[in-house]
Design a protein around this ligand. Sequence first.
Ligand code: FES
Length: 97
Amino acid sequence: MSTGRTLRIEPLGRTVAVAEGQTLLEAAQAGGLRLRSSCRNGTCRECIARVASGSVRYRVEWPGLSLDEKLEGLTLPCVALAESDVVLVQPRLDVLG
Ligand code: FES
């Protein structure tokens, strides 16, 4: 089910829908964009990206980010859930179609 929220990925400028319970990584993939990832559980930091606008919360209690990194707007899309429309800056991705 759609949350009505959207995820825009810059600098590509593509917008995808975010379904209920979907992480930003999963929402991007459902929309045909493969972001870099490895562990998918918030520890390896391969997926790290910046939130340009919007707010996120985390599926896990301790995502592998320092407080400073969180304050800088960095996020781990594999465990981040959109709490609003979100704009993510991640130049490292593959467009699947
Ligand atoms: S894929 Fe490992 S922290 Fe996101």
